[in-house]
Design a binder for this molecule. Structure first.
Ligand code: PLP
Length: 435
């Protein structure tokens, strides 16, 4: 069967006709803002990056007044949806008291206590502002504790945009033959300290440790590979990483920037029942404000407490971000996750059914509130398997979705929030069937 034709030319013409305000704003922003956007990935939006005026719950409205059901959720942070009342109230209460003190305040204790209660590996926590920063603290800590310079990462996993970790993230098919770290952009320092292995592939992990015996300070991974296809660990793989790290004298770090508070309130480690030595959180933990968290066993966090490992940042632990975090953490009850899980299943199977009915080969992977649509026949298990997807057809689908008032991320990932009711999911499926 021929793949379904989503009629991209007609869709694009209609979108352009309906979004003159976004095009005008983008034209303006390109004159003063590098690339016209604030982070590289947003530039890839087709036909051009849209400009939004406000969001409410599961919906977002652009500057031309078009309303969209939002499955991008700001690339992950909005686990409670747009502008939830509980976070708004917490921010409104904090605003007149001050935005940042550069000093201690009670919300730090409240947030830290909630996090230590929720996260299995958290004897103590430390705050920063972005996922990129907090991963650097975790890797520095691992180097200090082990006295080793290298770390092991997996192909396809993303740990922020620092030179040291921005390697072998979505390498092209032609580059996949080599396990050498491949920088993503120009200007990156040539030595990253990374040793690269393949996700869900025990042999590649064993080979990396054999080749660098006694040199690897940590294994870092997303406990579910969200950044390259929402690929869960195969049965026993996280346990294998846990055992390998311990046997090799390395630390196990879970980068829970996405899985944290999306799979469960205790992150991927609680969801999968494997406890790392250190874990990093961002996105959903800040309830939409910039916040990141390092969590770890007391024995490790004492290196920060005693000043042997430097962790710094002017805006770290600012009261606005922590007010939003405390409000979000309190709102994320077990019932929220049960509902997200159920809704995720309904949406995933509904999308599969609707797309297959149109002749599109599709499989989905992931869990509850974050999953991936792959336009391919075989279910992928590791990054290289995702290269089989029909990306051009997915781009056409995305354009058709936009035309139908549904927003999704360009890479095939879908995020759900607690504000997405059954009615919203049903409306989404109705629109997809009608494409
Ligand atoms: C798993 C993971 N780690 C780290 C980061 C970097 O976080 P930030 O964009 O807040 O710097 C991201 C961002 O998407 C991520 O998904």
């Amino acid at each position: 069967m021929n793949p379904y034709d989503f009629q991209p030319a007609a869709r694009e013409a209609r979108i352009r006709a309906n979004t003159p305000g976004s095009l005008a704003a983008y034209t303006r922003s390109q004159k003063s803002l590098a690339g016209g956007v604030s982070t590289a990935l947003r530039r890839s939006a087709k036909p051009y990056p849209m400009f939004y005026s406000h969001g409410e719950g599961a919906w977002i409205t652009d500057v031309d007044g078009n309303r969209f059901i939002d499955y991008t959720l700001a690339w992950g942070p909005l686990i409670l949806g747009h502008a939830p009342a509980t976070v708004n109230d917490a921010l409104a209460a904090q605003l007149p008291k001050g935005h940042t003190f550069g000093a201690q305040h009670a919300l730090e204790c409240e947030a830290a206590e909630l996090l230590c209660e929720a996260i299995p590996c958290a004897g103590k926590v430390a705050f920063a502002n972005s996922g990129t920063e907090i991963v650097q603290v975790a890797l520095r800590l691992a180097r200090a504790i082990t006295g080793r310079a290298l770390y092991l990462k997996f192909e396809g996993h993303y740990h922020g945009w620092d030179d040291s970790v921005l390697v072998s993230y979505k390498p092209a098919a032609a580059d996949c033959g080599s396990m050498s770290p491949i920088p993503v952009g120009t200007g990156q320092r040539p030595w990253s300290g990374a040793v690269v292995a393949r996700w869900n592939d025990r042999a590649s992990v064993a080979a990396a440790f054999a080749a660098h015996h006694g040199e690897i300070s940590a294994i870092i991974c997303e406990p579910m590979l969200c950044n390259s296809g929402c690929l869960p660990p195969l049965d026993g793989f996280l346990e294998f990483l846990r055992e390998t790290a311990t046997a090799e004298g390395a630390l196990l770090i879970f980068d829970e920037v996405i899985t944290g508070f999306r799979l469960s309130i205790g992150g991927g480690q609680a969801y999968y029942g494997v406890t790392p030595d250190l874990a990093t959180f961002a996105k959903a933990c800040g309830g939409g404000l910039p916040l990141s968290v390092l969590a770890g066993h007391d024995d490790y966090m004492s290196w920060i407490a005693e000043g042997k490992v430097v962790h710094a940042g002017t805006l770290n632990g600012n009261p606005l971000a922590l007010a939003a975090a405390v409000a979000s953490l309190r709102a994320l009850t077990p019932g929220v996750y049960t509902r997200l899980d159920q809704l995720g299943r309904v949406l995933r199977s509904g999308l599969e059914e609707a797309l297959r009915a149109k002749g599109v080969p599709v499989v989905t992977t992931g869990e509850g509130a974050v999953f991936q649509l792959h336009f391919q026949a075989e279910t992928p298990r590791e990054y290289r398997d995702t290269l089989a997807a029909n990306k051009a057809l997915y781009a056409d689908f995305l354009l058709a979705l936009l035309d139908a008032g549904v927003l999704a991320l360009p890479d095939g990932r879908w995020y759900l929030s607690a504000a997405h009711g059954e009615d919203v999911v049903e409306e989404t499926l109705r629109r997809v069937r009608g494409l």
